[in-house]
Design a protein around this ligand. Sequence first.
Ligand SMILES: C[S@@+](CC[C@H](N)C(=O)[O-])C[C@H]1O[C@@H](n2cnc3c(N)ncnc32)[C@H](O)[C@@H]1O
Length: 323
Amino acid sequence: MASAAAVSFHQTLPPPLQHRRLGPTPPRCTHSERGVSFDPGSAFYRSESAPGRDLAVLAATIHRRRRLDPSGPFLCLDAMCGCGIRALRYLAQAGADFVWANDASDALRPVVVGNLSRFEPEPLDGQRRWVVSHLDATRLLAERYLRREYFDVIDVDSFGSEAEYIRAAFLALKIGGLLYLTSTDWRSARGYGGKCSLSSYGAYVRPVPYPNEIGLRMLLGGAAREAAMLGFHITPVFSYYAYHGPIFRAMIQLRHGKEDGISNYGFICHCKSCGQTQTFGFHELGQISCRCADRTEPMLGHGSSTSLPFPFFVLMDKVYDLS
Ligand SMILES: C[S@@+](CC[C@H](N)C(=O)[O-])C[C@H]1O[C@@H](n2cnc3c(N)ncnc32)[C@H](O)[C@@H]1O
């Protein structure tokens, strides 16, 4: 009805009310992050998260140089972009040839378009360097997969412990590509999340004295499980706990084929009597006990915490030298 009324409107309006076709006005530039100017507008933006974005830009830059086909276009997808700062930094600092910036909220469109327009107002050679959309992340990723559009880097900066997009992200990722995951589910990491982490990441967490590390392993374990279901495996590139939020972040690389699946995935057990922690594989179920006690006494039986199941990966793959 509203569009029909607009079409049949013949009256000449006074100048200030005349319909005008305006392109998006780039928002005022009020912020700068590592030399990149942008406007956060009304989007969720935290300057404390800049180190998490720095690490993503660093990993993406190294990956661009070392990927199997370095001559092909380097494609990044920011599935929950907020104001678009990550997409902008992948373009400006990681050498992305193209970024897809998406946020479910279409109210953010002028902000995201304005920020990316600042990087490239008009495509010079007719090739778009960026696209902005407003879809649910899982839908967007599934659509990319159905169209066989695969990305080198996919970044999903979500709230809470939502993990339903992990599988869709793997499907839209090139084999060897990087997936950057976020969880803010600190309750689960501290062992108070009930069944939330079990449904999201397949991990049931008991309270232990190192919840920050457990939160990262929870996230990695969920990704390892989803990758295995698709016939892949993952390698952690880095994992990062940030006190504000708090936030758990993990950059992982998707690898072809299944691993043996047992050597780096199992149970983390903490003994409340002696304070020691041990890992146990699935094949050791029923034999879980602490060295401080009678070997026949199960670890759970004398007041320990067993969190299950978790990856035993080292939390950072390598120390990179960008020089
Ligand atoms: C943590 S903020 C993003 C911050 C941004 N990545 C940054 O670094 O500044 C999460 C964003 O995800 C969006 N969002 C929430 N659920 C979504 C969904 N299911 N699909 C796509 N976007 C979603 C929200 O509108 C919000 O802007």
